[in-house]
Design a protein around this ligand. Sequence first.
Ligand SMILES: [Zn+2]
Length: 203
Amino acid sequence: MISALLIKEGIEPRVFDMVYLKQKRSREDIKAQTWECKFCGKEMTPRMGGIRAWYFAHKREASECPYEAESEKEGPQHRALKRAAAEAMRRHFGTQVASLEYEVRFPHIKRIADAVITLNDATRVAIEAQISPLTLEQLRQRTDSYLRDEIEVVWVFLEKDGGLRQGGLWDKCREWLLDEGHLVLTARATTVETNIPLQNLPE
Ligand SMILES: [Zn+2]
């Protein structure tokens, strides 16, 4: 997960996200704190590698978190997609944005949105970054459950391996969403590769 609850004696527990933490705090500082899962309250470990984006993981396995199933399966690709989408939406709404929170749970629909942007006029926009295939029926149900709660939803799809192939599963979903007037984001998967000749690397 990108966010976790900071547990500190004498202070109200507070949610932080790694996008913010990476900019503002040192690795040592983040490591020295106690972090908990916002949903199940179990301890989380900050993962702060040199290459992959920083995130929080349950100390044991994610499968010990009973809320895991309420969101798209966690993985580097999903985390990257939700973060890129949330940041893109933050830029899209600009000064209208009151807050951006990663991983927000809506208990009555048993769903953890990847991110929620709240605008100054109290409009809430849920961001759903989808990697694994979803049928049109599943997508409609999920979209409708958000709308019943007066939450707008923006779907984010990955363009890869025929993900948005004409006539494919995503394509039907996208068509329906656009017909209904929703905003759809598509992202192209990129892999970071080096084109630096290896002999030029510092020794
Ligand atoms: Zn948990």
